[in-house]
Design a protein around this ligand. Structure first.
Ligand SMILES: [Cu+2]
Length: 121
């Protein structure tokens, strides 16, 4: 029944694509506030990101580092669905900052990344 072969191949291809799609569904950065590369005229009250997948709050964190290399303490870290946010514990002085994010998505995969912004004098 040669006519059936294409259907079987199509089904197999579909299954392969579906599996590949699921495997790559871990959380990537969707949005960042402040935006990567932002030059701010006022210190931000909070740092927030959204991911492309829901995240596990207990294993998802932000860190903020000043240009000097000093860690800036963050408070009030909150994770909700695809969003993660935290507040600098004190007003950021002018300078360049790096935000690093490390998250565990609900599918069990860890992802991480970083972005930067500047608070202008
Ligand atoms: Cu994943």
């Amino acid at each position: 029944m040669p006519r059936k072969i294409p259907a079987i191949l199509a089904t197999s291809l579909f299954a392969t694509l579906l599996t590949a799609g699921m495997a790559s569904a871990h959380a990537h950065l969707e949005t960042a506030m402040p935006a990567d590369g932002a030059k701010l005229t006022a210190a931000p009250n909070s740092i927030s990101i959204t991911l492309t997948e829901n995240i596990e709050p207990a294993f998802s964190h932000l860190t903020l580092t000043a240009a000097s290399g000093d860690l800036v303490p963050l408070t009030n870290e909150k994770a909700d669905g695809k969003a993660l946010s935290a507040m600098p514990s004190s007003t950021l002085s002018p300078g360049a900052y790096t935000v690093e994010w490390q998250i565990l998505s609900v599918d069990g995969h860890k992802t991480s990344g970083s972005f930067g912004f500047t608070v202008e004098p």
